[in-house]
Write a protein that binds this ligand. Sequence first.
Ligand code: MN
Length: 260
Amino acid sequence: MTKKSASRIGIVSDIHGNIVSFESVLRELERKNVSELVCLGDVVQGGPAPNQVLQKLRELSCPVVSGNADEEVLSANAPRTYPSEFHQKLHDVDEWSLSKLNSKDIDFVKSFQPVVEIPLGSSGRTMLSVHGSPRSNREGMFPITSEQDLAKMLAGVTASIVACGHTHSQMSRRYIQSKVIINPGSVGLPFDFDTIERFTQRDAYNPAYAEYAVVNYSSDGQFDVELSRCPVDLQELTNSYLTSGMPHAQLFSHDWRIVQ
Ligand SMILES: [Mn+2]
């Protein structure tokens, strides 16, 4: 058998201003010798360290896809009304996140791409990276999304792998024309559910781990996908919320818990 050269792409998504979890994942990716990295968006909003996450991402100089929450932070100063008190609290965090960014940070967020296509070596195969779907960063591709809906979302896509985020849930799903749709889950705000009732109501808690994916590919375009998670130090994470000055830090840090 001829030996083929192999490469590894690390995929991270939905960091949501959580530097403790992001650094945990970066240590794992370094250990796994990834040669490339791509970020699927939702970088700054929702967590205690928006500017530190941007700084780290800028140092890595990897391609970044623009998430809906990144756009929401950029437009946080626009006037609005709130459907609920909780929405107002979320917006308080958006405004605070924007206030933590300097002009260099804002220019960096504005440079995030709608989609990023990465060649799998010289095989002609590619991986298309998006936040939600190729046509929108506000719609998710789920395990239960119908094939008909996927056909609309993926119209015209020729990539062999479609990497998406937004749902905060890991997924590997086969689609027509031998495509694989993968979701690395969320680095900084993973969702899990206690019971099937809470799953139905989308009432999630945050398990104390960070999710990511690695795509291994060879020069002839063969590939496999690892969906991984690594533990996060819950004490360190809670402290990062409570010492950040982020509004409603107590509220937004209390859904985290260790899962056995
Ligand atoms: Mn998100």
